[in-house]
Design a protein around this ligand. Structure first.
Ligand SMILES: Nc1ncnc2c1ncn2[C@@H]1O[C@H](COP(=O)(O)OP(=O)(O)OP(=O)(O)O)[C@@H](O)[C@H]1O
Length: 312
């Protein structure tokens, strides 16, 4: 359904002698089928949001393409058509709503803009049904302003809006990070109702437990490059890249104290000093790397499981 093909984004910042070039996304490939959720994970600065923004046409790629049903999204000139098919939900839900409207007006505007063919009474029934699906009670939310609702209710309203629009693709960027643990589960359950209508979902998260809970596939990013990808079951049960292993080892567990989770990382200054263009980007933190780790590319290690490590 939606595909990233050699997707690249280079940022140029600074001026003259202080010019800074950052390859935030480096030839990334993935595909999300209908009704699939793909988790995009990686530490802060690994390029997750930049990919999400490109999928929403908020940033233009420096190279590669994003294709919806084999059509480059940047060749779709009608933005209204594009955003009726592709929507984004972000960490801070307040910024996605007009604060001077009550919720029922917001939903009325969705009908006017995207679903005029549906009669008002049918639309009202649909709104009620969809709110129920995302765990909200119409009577509790429709007559309220945005500031009168909680973060969890607003995230579920955004999911309800996407359901009413029958979106084909949803980019969900850290949508639960401002919520408490029990509300998080409600929002994730609501997201699953979008999967049920066949939407393709990019689920951007720092939280590997949430990624596992909800996703079918995973892409692990490090410094803009994919280090491991595949089915969520395969990657979690048999992580092979040293970075993925480190991430999975870092998940806090109730029966383990922090000390036992510590991972030895070799002297990073020493490895930094030997880094040259083309060497693996993870070399300075990797316990097994050496200077033979040159240009790792993704290799199939088992069905539905790819790893970019020359030591395998
Ligand atoms: N507009 C910009 N101009 C210059 N550099 C940018 C810009 N946006 C992002 N970057 C850089 O691109 C890299 C990737 O950033 P991005 O926000 O995509 O990472 P992320 O994985 O989403 O991080 P986080 O989890 O903290 O949100 C970072 O080094 C960041 O500083």
């Amino acid at each position: 359904m939606i595909k990233a093909k050699d997707l690249t984004k280079v940022f140029n910042s600074g001026f003259l002698f202080s010019k800074n070039i950052i390859t935030a996304v480096d030839e990334v490939n993935f595909e999300i089928g209908r009704g699939e959720i793909l988790a995009l994970v990686g530490e802060s600065g690994s390029g997750k949001s930049t990919i999400g923004k490109m999928m929403l046409k908020l940033l233009k790629p420096s190279g590669g393409q994003i294709l919806i049903e084999d059509k480059d999204i940047f060749s779709i000139s009608n933005n209204k058509e594009f955003y009726s098919r592709v929507q984004g939900i972000f960490q801070d839900p307040y910024s996605s709503f007009n604060p001077i409207f009550k919720v029922n007006r917001i939903f009325r505007l969705v009908r006017q803009s995207f679903k005029k063919e549906i009669s008002i009474s049918e639309w009202n029934d649909r709104v009620e049904e969809v709110l129920k699906k995302v765990g909200l009670n119409a009577g509790d939310v429709l007559n309220k302003y945005i500031h009168q609702l909680s973060g969890g209710q607003l995230q579920r309203l955004l999911i309800a809006r996407a359901l009413l629009m029958d979106v084909e693709v949803l980019v969900a960027d850290e949508i639960t990070s401002m919520l408490d643990a029990s509300t998080r589960v409600d929002v994730l359950e609501a997201l699953l109702s979008l999967k049920e209508i066949g939407a393709s979902i990019l689920f951007i998260t720092h939280d590997l437990s949430q990624a596992y809970y909800i996703s079918d596939k995973i892409v692990v990013l490090y410094k803009g490059s994919v280090v491991e990808s595949g089915s969520i079951e395969k990657v979690f049960s048999n992580p092979m890249h040293p970075y993925t292993r480190m991430l999975l080892d870092s998940i806090p567990q109730l029966d383990r104290k922090w000390e036992t989770d510590r991972i030895d990382i070799e002297d990073s200054d020493k490895k930094q000093a030997i880094w040259k263009e083309g060497l693996c980007k993870y070399i300075d933190r990797c316990p097994v790397a050496d200077t033979s780790c040159y240009k790792p590319t993704l290799k199939l290690v088992e069905e539905d499981h790819y790893v970019a490590c020359v030591k395998l």
